[in-house]
Design a protein around this ligand. Sequence first.
Ligand code: WT7
Length: 664
Amino acid sequence: MAAQQEPQQETYPPPPDLARDAVAQPELYERADADRLAFWHDQAKELLSWETEPTEVLDWSRAPFARWFADGRLNVAHNCVDRHVEAGHGDRVAIHWEGEPGDRRSITYAELGREVRRAANALEALGVRRGDRVALYLPMIPEAVVAMLACARIGAPHSVVFGGFSADALRSRVDDAEAVVVVTADGGYRRGAPAGLKANVDEALGDPARGGGSVRTVLVVRRTGQDVGWDDDRDVWWHDAVDGASEEHEAPALEAEHPLFILYTSGTTGKPKGILHTSGGYLTQAAYTHRNVFDVRPESDVYWCAADIGWVTGHSYIVYGPLANGVTQVMYEGTPDTPTRERWWEVVERYGVTLLYTAPTTVRTFMKWGAELLEGHDLSSLRLIGSVGEPINPEAWTWYRTHVGSGRTPVVDTWWQTETGAIMISPLPGVTTTKPGSAQRTLPGISAAVLDDAGEPVTDGQAGYLVLTEPWPSMLRGIWGDDDRYVETYWSRFPGRYFAGDGARLDEDGDVWLLGRVDDVMNVSGHRLSTAEIESALVSHHRVAEAAVVGASDDTTGQAVCAFVILRAREDAEDAEDAEDEGVGGEDGEALVAELRDHVAKEIGPIAKPRQVLVVAELPKTRSGKIMRRLLRDVAEGRETGDVTTLADSSVMGTIRAGMGGPA
Ligand code: WT7
């Protein structure tokens, strides 16, 4: 990780009218600095409605296991829906939903409330009790939001599994959380075609010997109308269970620390981590950050976060933050190029979107498609645009501001993680003079530092490790079922401080520049993938003896998955059908590479499919047998190989390059 020097950049002060009347003013920093815990206490009371207001703020006596607002009681779903109706905003649209084929629904807060209460009753009628886990495996349809809120309402933590994950990935997540119900759909639309979901659920749960045994019921939303397999003892149509259910449902007051959801994310080992979030602190910070970072005016804004509900961005910035703030939002089911590459700009125009939140990879895709596609559209409603998921390079930042923000809107680059639950580092749009490519400052109430290997703060713009130095309300409360891994992963590298796994440096103004992951986690299109998980998928293929995976830089996706594999010797390959493929070169080699790429997609999901699979004779290893991924990254990125002196066999890199016919 080398400190890079970026050229002198243009900076952008907040537009004067926004500076004057922005929701977040400079005094927010002052209040938080004066008394951090009192500040969070005020946010909790001001932004949320509590059945019992908390008198305690933070209990850190069992650090790193935190309790926030522990004597408070609230209902998260009530906060996200019912209270807005009670306050007279029932007719406000909560969600303008647009399906990929062009079907549309606008759902008011009053309607959303009725749906959530019906679904809560339906789940209870299916025997779901407080504390039971419910897995959701759904496309981007309103029922996904309804199901999450219904779970929150009855205190059954949800575990949303991204619809692009495979049956195997779904099964392992269902098993880890011991979910009792899976909510899914027959399918969803993706690039103009219905993609199956129920079929994957059937595959995941079909053979009890392999897992899935905790699931009693599969609740199925009819979305595409495609044919689905059916198990009468297990499967129930959503419309049968929910449509006829009563719309009266008393929201119980739950403890602030009641578990709200588990969300699995990739770590440095093959096994995904179930990140646990709880209610009061999480909702406080989701609402606080959404309101202040996006300068939210619920009466007039139309907000659009173009994430998927399967990721934390969808949890905090489609469901909990925006709905807690009572805003009107757009939700879109499909891809940006269906039916044409102008789909997004049509959506912005149609609903008059004012606030847009997306990922750098999408911005770079639009850049590649060309600014002409935006020119025929009226994007004047946009007043603030945000970025999340990976470092945004200054060129993409500037293109985003120029073409999407019409050269006038603030851009907020927001750094956070599944584990942090909500935004931690970001400009405040009415306060911060923005710098393309920097996430800039910890938000009021948040404390971070950049440390060197010895745990000392770095100086002079050197690169170091990003840590969070104080607990925060929406912090993860642990890893589901694995307290030791929680302590080990996040709190051991620098005792007493949270290790984020990201490299960063501070510039001369003290602004933070994120430099990407420092561990074996890749970031592909803003999705976190573990090298170890993809390696184990590859070695589960009968032809593969050993695999090493690296994230190589990619112009569009940020990083791309590159795999190096060593094949098993012919006599080892037990599989008879194998006998016909000869060697690895030529067409057979190509067929095998294609098969391995598909195998990863099948094991984990299409997002994990390697961009490249390179068959090699050996892998570079240290004398202690550790694969030197740094060197493989050099190869994958077409660079000269760096320092090879720690290799057990220094000729290996030459062999790899020779076998590939030079840099890939
Ligand atoms: C990792 C977390 C946060 C929601 C989506 C991803 C990277 C995230 C930024 C940013 C630079 C970023 C980090 C982080 N990341 N936002 N604005 N600038 N890097 O959540 O899947 O938990 O991934 O995404 O590397 O550790 P996630």
